[in-house]
Ligand binder design. Structure first.
Ligand code: XUL
Ligand code: CO
Length: 436
C-alpha cells in the first residue's frame, strides 16, 4: 500500500518549547507519571467513524474533507483502503488503540448474510494489519441507528423483527470484537429513546433493552469473550429523549435489571455537558458506584446545543477528568477514545494529525496537572478537614448507626448554636490554577 499521508512524518515528542505543529509538546508515550507511562495512563484510541468516514457533512452543506480513500467507488475496495489508511494514522501517531462500529469498517450488502460476509473479509484484513502493528482494539460496537430499519429504535423498536435483526447484529459484532482481541464492547443506544410519548410503550421498550443486554451478557460468556461490556449515556440526539440519559440514569437502569455486575459505563464529555453535567461529575458518579468503565474524550461548544464532538483542547476539563481517573486507580481495561471530529473547515488530510496532537497533548497536560494536584494533597486535605465532624462525636455516632431521631433531637436541643465554616471555593479554584 502506498502512503495516504506522504507529507506527514512520524509524530515525535519534542517538548514544550517545540514550535513544530506535527510534534508532541507534552505527550511523551514512555514518559513516566507516578511510575506509570503516559501511554498506559491514557490508553488513547482513534474513533474509526469520525476519522475515516466523516466527510464534514452538516445540515447545510456537503462533505468538505479531502480523504483520498473516500473517493474509491467500489465499496469493498474503499473499505480495504480506509483500513490501511487508519493503520498509517495509528502508526504515525503512536496511537495504542482504535474503536469501530461494524458498519464503519465494511459496507452493508443486500442481505444480512452478505453484510456479514463483507464484515468478515474486512475483519480478516484488520487482524492481519494488527499483527504487524502496535495498534490494538479498545472496543467494537454495532451501528444500530443509521439504516432506516432502525427508524423506531433497535432493541426498543415497536417492531419485534427489528429487535431480532438488532440481536443478530450485536451477536456478530461481539464475535468480531472478540476475534480482534477487543478489550471492551460498547452499547450506545443510538435510537433507543422516543420522539413522542403519545406512541410509546416506555415500560416494554426499557424491558426489551434489558432483554437484549442480558442476551449479550449470556453470549459473551458462551463464546468466552473476556472484554468488558459498557453502556454509553447520552441525553438526547438523535431522539428527543434517549433512555440512557446520563450516568445516574444508566446506574438505575443497570441496577433495576440486574445488569450492574456485568456492564460498566463509557462516559463521553460532550454527552455529559448536553445532559447538563460536567464531565467530572459524570466520571465521579460512575467511580463512586464502581462502574467507571471507559471514556470518550471530546468536547462540546457551550454556545451550541448539539453534540459537536470536538477534539478536546480544554486543559481544565482534561485535568478534572484525569483527577477522577487517577482516583479510580486508572481507566484500564477502558481507555480514552477520541470520539471527535475535525471542524468542517479543517479539511486537509494533515488536519487529522493536528487534531490528534492537540487532543493527546491536552490530556497529557491534564494528567500531569491532576497527578501533581493529587500528590500535593491540597484538595484532598481540605476536603477531609471539611468533613471532620463525621470522624468523632455525634457524626461518628450517626455513621455507626448509634444515633436515631431521639438521640439527635436530644443532641440538637443541647447544641442548637451551630457554627459552620467557609467552603473556600475561590481558594480551591486558585489552587487548581497553580497546577494547570
Ligand atoms: C454518538 C456516540 C457514538 C458512540 C458509539 O454520539 O458517541 O459514536 O460512542 O456508538
Ligand atoms: Co461516544
Amino acid at each position: 500500500m502506498t502512503s495516504f499521508f506522504p507529507e506527514v512524518p512520524e509524530i515525535k515528542f519534542e517538548g514544550p518549547d517545540s514550535r513544530n505543529p506535527l510534534a508532541f509538546k507534552y505527550y511523551n508515550a514512555e514518559g513516566k507519571i507516578g511510575g506509570k507511562s503516559m501511554k498506559d495512563h491514557l490508553r488513547f484510541s482513534i474513533a474509526y467513524w469520525h476519522t475515516m468516514n466523516g466527510g464534514g457533512v452538516d445540515p447545510f452543506g456537503v462533505a468538505t474533507m479531502v480523504r483520498p480513500w473516500l473517493t474509491i467507488s467500489d465499496p469493498m475496495e474503499q473499505a480495504r483502503a480506509r483500513m490501511h489508511a487508519m493503520f498509517e494514522i495509528g502508526q504515525k501517531l503512536g496511537m495504542p488503540f482504535f474503536c469501530f462500529h461494524d458498519r464503519d469498517i465494511a459496507p452493508e450488502g443486500e442481505t444480512l448474510a452478505e453484510t456479514n460476509k463483507n464484515l468478515d473479509e474486512i475483519i480478516a484484513l484488520t487482524k492481519k494489519l494488527m499483527a504487524d502493528s502496535e495498534l490494538k482494539l479498545l472496543w467494537g460496537t454495532a451501528c444500530l441507528f443509521t439504516h432506516p430499519r432502525f427508524v423506531h429504535g433497535a432493541a426498543t423498536s415497536c417492531n419485534a423483527d427489528v429487535f431480532a435483526y438488532a440481536a443478530a447484529q450485536v451477536k456478530k459484532a461481539i464475535e468480531v470484537t472478540a476475534e480482534l482481541g477487543g478489550a471492551n464492547y460498547v452499547f450506545w443506544g443510538g435510537r433507543e429513546g422516543y420522539d413522542t410519548l403519545l406512541n410509546t410503550d416506555m415500560k416494554l421498550e426499557l424491558d426489551n433493552l434489558a432483554r437484549l443486554l442480558h442476551m449479550a451478557v449470556a453470549y459473551k460468556k458462551e463464546i468466552g469473550f473476556t472484554g468488558q461490556l459498557l453502556i454509553e449515556p447520552k441525553p438526547l440526539e438523535p431522539t428527543k429523549h434517549q433512555y440512557d440519559r446520563d450516568v445516574a440514569t444508566c446506574i438505575a437502569f443497570l441496577k433495576t435489571y440486574d445488569l450492574d455486575t456485568e456492564l460498566k459505563i463509557n462516559i463521553e464529555q460532550n454527552h455529559a455537558t448536553l445532559a447538563g453535567h460536567t464531565y467530572a461529575h459524570e466520571i465521579m458518579t460512575a467511580r463512586i458506584y464502581g462502574l467507571l468503565g471507559s471514556l470518550d474524550a471530546n468536547q462540546g461548544d457551550y454556545l451550541v446545543g448539539w453534540d459537536t464532538d470536538q477534539l478536546p483542547t480544554d486543559i481544565y476539563e482534561a485535568t478534572f477528568a484525569m483527577y477522577e481517573v487517577l482516583k479510580n486507580g486508572g481507566i484500564a481495561p477502558g481507555g480514552m477514545n477520541f470520539d471527535a471530529k475535525l471542524r468542517r473547515g479543517s479539511f486537509e488530510p494533515a488536519d487529522i494529525f493536528h487534531g490528534f496532537v492537540a487532543g493527546m497533548d491536552t490530556y497529557a497536560r491534564g494528567l500531569k496537572a491532576a497527578h501533581a494536584l493529587l500528590e500535593s494533597g491540597e484538595l484532598e486535605d481540605f476536603r477531609k478537614q471539611r468533613y471532620a465532624s463525621w470522624n468523632s462525636g455525634i457524626g461518628k455516632q450517626i455513621i455507626d448507626g448509634k444515633a436515631g431521631f431521639a438521640e439527635l433531637e436530644k443532641y440538637a436541643l443541647e447544641n442548637s448554636s451551630i457554627k459552620n465554616t467557609s467552603g473556600r471555593q475561590e481558594v480551591l479554584e486558585a489552587i487548581v490554577n497553580r497546577y494547570i
